[in-house]
Design a protein around this ligand. Structure first.
Ligand SMILES: Cc1cc2nc3c(=O)[nH]c(=O)nc-3n(C[C@H](O)[C@H](O)[C@H](O)COP(=O)(O)OP(=O)(O)OC[C@H]3O[C@@H](n4cnc5c(N)ncnc54)[C@H](O)[C@@H]3O)c2cc1C
Length: 248
């Protein structure tokens, strides 16, 4: 690999969601000149992270009327760049945290860094059935969500009956959605075969997350769900000099 493809930095940030950009803004303000790998559809998510998949974000400070998720993350990215973060649109495929300085690899670059922040986020698992997708034929973000905490207070759900799917995914396999505004579910009892109507205005998937930590390949301690283990109350990971932030 020629010198052009080897970069050195005091801090390398892996990820591009709110956690990565918050870290990048602080670190670049402190003149650490961080290098941030924003990924390219890493873990199935565009640069900017999970908020690029939503419409209005209602709970971000400074936006009392809410802000579009893509616009919010675009602003975060611009703010990181403004203070001097170098952003690379590449997915990290391998790391070497066994010695310092640490090494971070993509298909075309190696970054040698004194410290690392891992902020690769997670993807909320979703069930796939008729009406569950994005777009004009689906109710994703228009009645179906994977984040009850984020969206539960949205006006479309206010004071209305809601359904939450958690555990027993197979119970939903044959669910079919009614048309127009999400009005309810047809639910099949997989034991008795009985089909019943459940009137709801919203549906939330709470069936876990897919973590983007496989490429770490055992170099950081993970829990059984794939989450990076941090010291309680801190961002320190099992490797001195490697920190974790956000959903990861
Ligand atoms: C549809 C939806 C709506 C939501 N709405 C709200 C809301 O209104 N309010 C709220 O508070 N929260 C909301 N959330 C939750 C919120 O989006 C997450 O908590 C937040 O985005 C987590 O941020 P993060 O920085 O940890 O990671 P993420 O946002 O998950 O971003 C991680 C990024 O890292 C990238 N990445 C992964 N692996 C690599 C790699 N190997 N190399 C380089 N890059 C990599 C990913 O592609 C991704 O872009 C919502 C989530 C979803 C799915």
């Amino acid at each position: 690999m020629d010198d052009l493809h080897i970069l050195k930095t005091r801090l390398c940030i892996i990820g591009s969601g709110p956690a990565a950009h918050t870290a990048a803004i602080y670190a670049s303000c402190a003149e650490l000149k961080p290098i941030l790998f924003e990924g390219w559809m890493a873990n199935g998510i565009a640069p900017g992270g999970q908020l690029t998949m939503t419409t209005d974000v209602e709970n971000f400070p400074g936006f009392p009327d809410g802000i579009n998720g893509i616009e919010l993350m675009d602003r975060c990215c611009k703010q990181s760049l403004h203070f001097g973060t170098q952003t690379l649109t590449e997915t990290v495929s391998k790391v070497d945290f066994s010695t310092t300085p640490f090494k971070v690899f993509t298909d075309s670059k190696t970054v040698i860094a004194d410290s690392i922040i891992v902020a690769m986020g997670a993807t909320a698992k979703r069930l796939d059935f008729l009406g569950s997708s994005e777009g004009p034929r689906g109710f994703w973000n228009r009645g179906i969500s994977a984040c009850a905490v984020c969206d539960g207070a949205a006006p479309i759900f206010g004071n209305k009956p809601l359904a939450v799917i958690g555990g027993g995914d197979s119970a939903m396999e044959e669910a079919t959605f009614l048309t127009k505004v999400l009005g309810g579910l047809k639910v099949k009892n997989v034991l008795s075969g009985e089909v019943s109507d459940l009137k709801v205005a919203g549906l939330f998937f709470v069936i876990g997350h897919e973590l983007a930590t496989k490429f770490l390949d055992g170099q950081l301690e993970l829990d059984s769900g794939g989450y990076v283990v941090t010291r309680p109350g801190a961002t320190l990971t099992s490797v001195h000099g490697v920190f974790a932030a956000g959903d990861v």
